[in-house]
Design a protein around this ligand. Structure first.
Ligand SMILES: *Cc1c(COP(=O)(O)O)cnc(C)c1O
Length: 351
């Protein structure tokens, strides 16, 4: 591997003179702040909210860094993983020129943000057992390939990608390898975050939206080398994480034990749900899952999807997605919700 970040970053980004906010030019404490055109009289409703928040969210990062056993300088926070994906594409991919590789069936946002940024997308579908097609990847990579997006555990299939395959790509691809670990907390497998020191081209994404139960907060995380983080920091909106989000994240991050208990509960319920689904005659295959959802192949999936909808139960119909023909993606619910789902499926009549 011959990774050179300077070659990967777009010229305009490398030469960018980033916006220097009032809060980044002076970050200590002072008696009087007259530097940011804030409302000096305060806010009628929310004390302190008249001030701009910390642009680099150091308090929040410190807490996450302690949990992840890394340093804050290896981390960027985004307004959800959505913003993280967008930042990565904008930092490294010249519109109409560079390309990214995705491995469908996978999370839809990589492709959407590539298209928004006018960046061509190459597709190298997973194998029939939802693993990486290494030869296909090798053939697809060209001099203009800047990013390969991998998702493990993968959405919508639920399985983890083989670690040796990911390592093979990390060792041989000269561009950025993004591993989206949105569901890693539900998996038996280790995160790639500890490998950051070994791979200068590695970017790991995680989120508070799933295991932490905070989808409404909009907090996504990027873990990467300090050099990559510096590039991303230079292009992110200065105040991309609002003060309410930072404050609530600080509170939430104190509840690691409760979150771990919830993860255990979810995994237990998932395994139960898998067993129940496997016993249904309409179910053809329950795919192995390391996430908080399960992909299920059923005869007449769309009919079943509509039937469940009539019963007030909404699942995700993935029937039109490559390799997911006749498949529904079902999120693990509470014990009561799962029971109602199974009961509804039991009474479904194939006619
Ligand atoms: C749910 C999900 C996310 C989370 O996105 P946020 O914008 O952080 O809510 C990221 N990646 C994948 C694959 C997901 O399924």
């Amino acid at each position: 591997m011959n990774f050179d970040l300077n070659r990967i970053v777009r010229d305009n980004i490398r030469n960018l003179k980033p916006y220097s906010s009032a809060r980044s030019e002076f970050s200590g404490t002072a008696k009087i702040y007259l530097d940011a055109n804030e409302n000096s009289f305060g806010s009628p409703l929310l004390k302190w909210y008249n001030r701009y928040p910390d642009p680099l969210q150091w308090e929040v990062k410190k807490k996450i860094a302690a949990i992840k056993n890394i340093v804050s300088e290896n981390m960027l926070l985004g307004n959800g993983s959505d913003e993280c994906i967008d930042l990565l594409i904008r930092a490294f991919c010249n519109p109409k020129e560079d390309n990214v590789i995705i491995c469908p069936p996978t999370y839809g946002m990589y492709e959407v943000y590539a298209h928004i940024n006018d960046v061509p997308v190459k597709e190298v579908p997973l194998t029939t057992v939802f693993q990486l097609n290494l030869e296909g990847l090798e053939a697809a990579i060209d001099a203009k390939t800047k990013i390969i997006f991998l998702c493990s555990p993968n959405n919508p299939t639920g399985n983890s990608l083989d670690r040796e395959d990911i390592e093979m790509i990390l060792n041989n691809f000269d561009g950025i390898v993004v591993i989206d670990e949105a569901y890693i907390n539900f998996s038996r497998l280790r995160s790639f975050v500890p490998e950051l020191k070994d791979y200068p081209n590695l970017v790991v994404m995680q989120t508070l939206s799933k295991a932490w139960g905070l989808a409404a907060l909009r907090l996504g995380m990027i873990f990467a080398s300090k050099e990559i983080i510096d590039v991303l920091n230079s292009i992110k909106p200065p105040y991309n994480i609002s003060l309410p989000a930072q404050d609530l994240a600080l509170k939430a991050l104190d509840n690691l034990e409760d979150v771990n208990a919830m993860i255990k509960e979810t995994v237990k319920e998932r395994d139960l749900l898998v067993r129940e689904l496997s016993g249904l005659s309409i179910v053809q295959k329950v795919f192995p899952t390391d996430a908080n959802f399960v992909l299920v192949r059923m005869q007449g999936a769309t009919k079943i999807y509509n039937y469940l909808k009539e019963q007030g139960i909404i699942v995700r119909n993935r029937s039109n997605v490559i390799l997911c023909e006749d498949s529904l993606r079902i999120t693990v619910g509470t014990p009561q919700e799962n029971e109602q789902l199974i009961m509804a499926l039991r009474t479904f009549k194939t006619t």
